[in-house]
Design a protein around this ligand. Sequence first.
Ligand code: ZN
Length: 133
Amino acid sequence: MNKIEHIGIAVKNLESSNQLFSKLFGETHYKTESVESEGVKTSFFKVGSNKIELLEATNPESPIAKFIDKKGEGIHHIAFDVDDIVAEVKRLVGEGFVVLNETPKKGADNKLVVFLHPKTTNGVLIELCQEII
Ligand code: ZN
């Protein structure tokens, strides 16, 4: 794994949260994107060399809606940049981690993504992502 690619934060209302985080960072988000297959609407902020992703559910069955129901708003996942997501998934499964999707899927921000089940990572949802070139 290379570095933290971004941190994902679950929010109830993307529009008001965009305003809040714009005030916090002193800069507005640089993009918004919907990932319909995941039932999320996202926005991205740059903070120095770091990225923050805000996620709002677009339907009640969305993983984000379920997360907020259970835990409330807050940090939802930490995403790590990898060079070869298929090799990395293979390595991690070999180490006993449980992945939520073994086949990488298209996520936001032009990435292939795989999530690790939080039950095998001390309760932290981990996202692996590889830039699609
Ligand atoms: Zn993410």
